[in-house]
Design a protein around this ligand. Structure first.
Ligand SMILES: C[S@@+](CC[C@H](N)C(=O)[O-])C[C@H]1O[C@@H](n2cnc3c(N)ncnc32)[C@H](O)[C@@H]1O
Length: 211
């Protein structure tokens, strides 16, 4: 795990502290409300056969395991700022074609290397507060021409108490991600879905970077 390029700010420090505890209960609890994670990968696999994949905010590596099943030959990079979350991911992903980077995703990570063919944000962008605009721009810089971005995340809620509770958990629920994603990438899918009878909505976005 490469920790050299982590960038600290007040928000990323608060998130790191949050995940020091939540990493311990993450896999046991998040299946019950982080909907659409398998579906967005299934849909991505229909339009994209990537050789190089980046997951931004990979957390405990739940999606890295699925990505490896969908794309056995691909090289996969997971980026996250939480050492605890990455430690759990590292135990699941021991193959030589997987790399984990500990850093805040506020700039492209491919540097002088090859760009990625698929970039996944799964329930991470809504926690980039501040920084979601830079992260979308960074993904545009990290993606090869013709490559795909796949996003599944919280969108909005009609219930103020729920949005406030999500704010306590570092999640912004303003439906703010989707227009900017559509500005940067050609949308192949851009939809919202109701969760728990409409307590909140989550969204999926699949887009392509035009050549
Ligand atoms: C809700 S978890 C999602 C984990 C995984 N993608 C999933 O679907 O289960 C959000 C993850 O994003 C990471 N994260 C939040 N802000 C980040 C940032 N600026 N740079 C990198 N990772 C970040 C957190 O540390 C956390 O592991």
């Amino acid at each position: 795990m490469n920790a050299a390029s982590i960038t600290e700010n007040a928000s990323s420090k608060a998130l790191e502290r949050y995940y020091q505890f939540h990493s311990r209960i993450y896999d046991a609890t998040r299946w019950s409300f982080l909907f659409g994670r398998e579906e967005v990968l299934r849909r991505a696999a229909r339009v994209c056969q990537p050789k190089r994949i980046l997951e931004v905010g990979c957390g405990t590596g739940r999606n890295l395991v699925s990505l490896r099943k969908h794309f056995p030959e691909a090289s996969i990079t997971g980026v996250d700022l939480s050492e605890q979350m990455l430690g759990i991911a590292a135990a699941k992903m021991r193959d030589s074609k997987t790399t984990l980077l500990r850093r805040s995703y506020n700039a492209p990570v491919h540097e002088n290397g090859e760009p990625y063919d698929l970039i996944l944000f799964s329930y991470s962008l809504s926690m980039f507060n501040p920084g979601w605009e830079q992260a979308i721009a960074a993904a545009h810089g990290d993606l090869a021409a013709g490559g795909c971005v796949a996003v599944v995340d919280f969108s909005h809620s009609a219930f103020g108490w729920f949005s406030r509770w999500m704010g306590v958990n570092h999640v912004r629920m303003d439906a703010h991600l989707w227009p900017l994603l559509a500005d940067h990438f050609t949308a192949l899918l851009d939809e919202r879905f109701r969760a728990y009878g409409g307590v909140w909505s989550y969204g999926m976005f699949l887009g392509r970077k035009l050549p």
